[in-house]
Design a binder for this molecule. Structure first.
Ligand SMILES: [Zn+2]
Length: 270
């Protein structure tokens, strides 16, 4: 009897450990990969992307992107500390790079490795616009959406045996590399629709916590809709959304909560 209980408890513990909760939205996700496993892969791929592209380190725009990134980072760290989950940010090596490219794109890899493409800056228009994109992309990382994708892919590929994780390092590295192929790939990366809505919500809260007026998100998405009308390959954050109207509707619904965070933010410009 005692043995059975112990076994049941072990299974429960495994399931609990395999589930992550986004503290900003409450959304739950499957997580079979730890940050310690994921980050080294992410960091080495990020270095490669920086080597393969022209990185702007000195212009005013590069400084703006970095400044917005730092504010979002501080806000995230403050929030995670206040709710007693600061441990989850251990191992992050935040970096905010501006890549010279006409692409309308931006992304954040696990562990806080952010890239903006200069082509998106005219749509952002100002720092609040940059914060909309930064909040959304950083939210994907904080919510562990990459770990969720890798976990889902592991399940789909039958890499779990009897509810237990039976996967070698090289096996999950293969799964990771399929999801993040260098060169052809990062800009084609797609999250599921649920993850996109989650990142929109968490991203709006993050920009507000960082002291950027969240109403700017509505103006930004309207500009983005115009800028990408008729494009064959929309950027990552548009690709899995059925229509931008729904996106703005969701943002309006959660605006009161975002305004609370904004009004309490210590980072607002005076
Ligand atoms: Zn996204």
């Amino acid at each position: 009897m005692r043995k059975l209980n112990f076994k049941a408890l072990s299974v429960l513990m495994l399931l609990a450990a395999a589930c992550a909760t986004n503290p900003l939205t409450g959304r739950q996700s499957l997580s079979l990969i730890s940050n310690a496993q994921l980050f080294p892969q992410s960091f080495s791929q990020y270095s490669q992307v920086l080597k393969d592209n022209k990185v702007d380190k000195t212009s005013d725009n590069a400084k703006k992107v970095n400044n917005v990134g730092q504010r979002i980072k501080y806000a995230a760290e403050k929030f995670f500390t206040e709710i007693g989950r600061a441990d989850e940010l251990k191992g992050y090596e935040w970096e905010f790079s501006l890549i010279q490219s006409e692409q309308l794109n931006a992304w954040c890899m696990p562990g806080g490795k952010v890239a903006f493409y200069s082509g998106i800056l005219p749509v952002c228009q100002n720092e609040a616009g940059i914060a909309v994109v930064m909040g959304h992309e950083v939210a994907h990382a904080l919510a562990g959406h990459s770990a969720e994708q890798v976990s889902n892919a592991m399940v789909a590929q039958g890499l779990l045996v009897g509810g237990n994780v039976a996967i070698s390092n090289s096996e999950w590295r293969n799964v990771f590399n399929q999801l993040y192929p260098v060169g052809a790939g990062l800009t084609m990366l797609k999250y599921g629709r649920g993850m996109e809505l989650d990142a929109d919500e968490a991203g709006l809260y993050l920009m507000a916590m960082a002291g950027y007026p969240p109403q700017e998100a509505i103006n930004f998405w309207q500009r983005m809709e115009k800028a990408t009308a008729g494009q064959q390959t929309p950027p990552e954050f548009l690709s899995t959304h059925p229509n931008p109207g729904n996106r703005v509707e969701q943002i309006k619904k959660i605006m009161p909560q975002a305004m609370k965070y904004y009004n309490q933010s210590p980072y607002k410009e005076k």
